[in-house]
Design a protein around this ligand. Structure first.
Ligand code: ZN
Length: 256
């Protein structure tokens, strides 16, 4: 558990070391324009923080494309295919793997990538965000051939990230507790993950070049979650040792 005071102390430690922590914000599961999505985008705008929307391609609506086209600080990433679970029995939830044949997955990913490109045009970045942050490792070598340049899952990226031919930049602080009711996990639990990644980077325990990612799910936020997210955006905007990166920057600078 970590408090706001501990986040400030960690950023102060970065500042004392003459370093700046790059942060980025990914929000998952967008498909249509909802009140929650409008609220998310308004929050980013209020604080001047760019957001990357991981959009479910098969469910993406025309109104979402029209909505995003007006928003300079919003980029679209590809959130799998249709966000369907193909896990093997007793396995973990996965769409890009499990019981679905690899060739079928690759064909569908490519088809859906073309759909997002056509719908979102220059707002779309060819970055794959696997549903449940999980992907069959056997698929990775084929992704550059489909035109993907980036990948984003969860947790400090592993050493092999640099050998995939993709700019692999993850998220590290999840605002939602998926086991306990799929709701906000609480300010201190969410901050703990954020502070832990920042500290691990500062101390050289993990790849320090990987921007630290905050993962939100606008459809699951309650008022406490919205308030915490707003405060996080604001505090990190004001601290000299933190910098919110644009999504394009994340996948250009974050190369392993
Ligand atoms: Zn998702």
């Amino acid at each position: 558990m970590a408090t706001w005071r501990e986040l400030t102390a960690e950023l102060d430690a970065w500042h004392a070391a003459g370093a700046q922590a790059g942060l980025w914000w990914r929000d998952d599961d967008a498909a249509t324009v909802t009140g929650a999505l409008r609220r998310l985008v308004a929050l980013g705008k209020r604080h001047g923080v760019p957001v990357a929307l991981a959009v479910v391609p098969a469910k993406a609506s025309a109104d979402l494309a029209a909505f995003v086209s007006d928003l300079a600080d919003v980029c679209v990433l590809q959130h799998g295919i249709r966000h369907r679970n193909h896990m093997i029995p007793a396995g973990k939830k996965i769409e890009l793997g499990g019981t679905m044949p690899r060739q079928t997955i690759l064909t569908e990913l490519s088809r859906m990538k073309a759909r997002l490109e056509a719908m979102f045009q220059s707002r779309f970045l060819s970055v794959l965000v696997p549903p449940w942050n999980r992907i069959d490792a056997g698929l990775l070598p084929a992704l550059p051939g489909l035109g993907f340049t980036g990948l984003s899952t969860y947790g400090p990226r592993q050493e092999h990230a640099g050998r995939t031919g993709l700019t692999w930049v993850n998220t590290h602080a999840d605002l939602i507790d998926w086991r306990a009711g799929r709701r906000f996990k609480g300010t201190e639990a969410a901050l703990e993950e954020l502070v832990a990644h920042l500290r691990a980077k500062r101390l050289g325990w993990v790849d320090a070049r990987e921007p630290t990612g905050v993962m939100s799910h606008h459809l699951k936020h309650d008022d406490h979650c919205w308030a915490m997210l707003g405060e996080l955006l604001e505090r990190c905007t004001l601290h000299p040792a933190a910098r919110w990166l644009a999504t394009r920057e994340v996948f250009a600078l974050g190369a392993p």
